[in-house]
Design a protein around this ligand. Structure first.
Ligand code: SAM
Length: 284
């Protein structure tokens, strides 16, 4: 097996295929040999577990996942990488590569077709330009998966893993905490990639709650409230929610007081229970 994290090997393979990196598709390939084995191991990939990988690139993480798991389905948008993967992943009978945009894919259908009797995890070095949309799709589609282990920009990792109700928290923190318990696993320096991005990265794991701790008639209302509260994060929740949702201040003020939330507080001071209480009472 060729070591795909070796710069010389990567350059040789890519030049033979006439491949050039696309910045627009977030193509920064891993060249640090210690990252992928660790990431694959911590993702829960193993016997009896199916893995969905997003953006396999030339297959550096894919190889590790295929070594550990019974079956891997890798979704790659860039059709130029399909012949590359055919070469680098030759001999791995437990891999299926799908040439698609992950954001357009019906992942529930994919899971039922590809992994009918297996537990499933997601593991990926995510293209940074779609970090939040991909994570939110994986969560909002309510997929039958146990966890999501992803490499993201360090700043995004810190935001996602912050405690709700602290200064570092944001709308994505609250949204992620609605479905799962996020955990920071390890940092990865910018020099671990080719081409090197401007900022460092980190690997995080989101463990999906088996029993969701928050119940609502309509989950979407929770996200509406969170987005509205953080829309103008320097303003009070009263101002931010009323202007974002086009509601009268007096109505929002009463709603917040009924929910035992200080209307003059900023969104970053609110906890999960506060957002849930507001969402339960909000009539739009
Ligand atoms: N896994 C490889 C690695 O670690 O070296 C490549 C990671 S690179 C950061 C992101 C990969 O995602 C690229 O291969 C890129 O073509 C692919 N990608 C970008 N947008 C995508 C999308 N919407 N759906 C599926 N794959 C995508």
């Amino acid at each position: 097996m060729k070591r795909l994290s070796d710069i010389g090997t990567i350059k040789e393979i890519l030049s033979r295929h006439g491949f050039s990196f696309s910045k627009g598709l977030g193509q920064n390939f891993l060249i640090n040999p210690s990252v992928c084995p660790r990431m694959a191991e911590l993702s829960g990939a193993g016997s009896g577990v199916g893995v969905i990988e997003i953006g396999p690139g030339i297959g550096v993480l894919t190889q590790e996942l295929c070594e550990l798991s019974d079956k891997v389905v890798a979704v790659e948008i860039d059709k130029r990488l399909i012949p590359v993967l055919e070469e680098t992943m030759e001999g791995y009978e437990n891999l299926r590569v799908i040439n698609e945009d992950v954001l357009k894919l019906d992942l529930n259908k994919l899971i039922e077709e590809e992994f009918p009797d297996m537990s499933v995890v997601v593991c990926a070095n995510l293209p940074y330009y779609i970090t939040s949309p991909v994570i939110m799709k994986l969560l909002e589609d309510k997929l039958r998966i146990d966890s999501i282990t992803v490499m993201v920009q360090k700043e995004a990792a810190q935001r996602i893993c912050a405690e709700v109700g602290t200064r570092q928290s944001s709308a994505v923190t609250a949204a992620v905490n609605f479905y799962c318990k996020p955990e920071m696993l390890f940092s990865v320096s910018a020099g671990s990639f080719m081409p090197a991005p401007k900022v460092d990265s980190a690997v995080i794991r989101l463990d999906i709650y088996k029993e969701p701790p928050y119940t609502l008639d309509d989950d979407k209302k929770f996200f509406t409230v969170v987005r509205a509260a953080f829309a103008q994060r320097r303003k009070t929740v009263l101002n931010s929610i009323s202007s974002s949702l086009g509601l009268e201040k007096q109505v929002v003020n009463e709603l917040l007081l009924e929910c035992r939330v200080n209307p003059q507080a900023r969104a970053e001071k609110l906890g999960m229970d506060d957002f849930v209480r507001i969402a339960r009472r909000l009539i739009l």
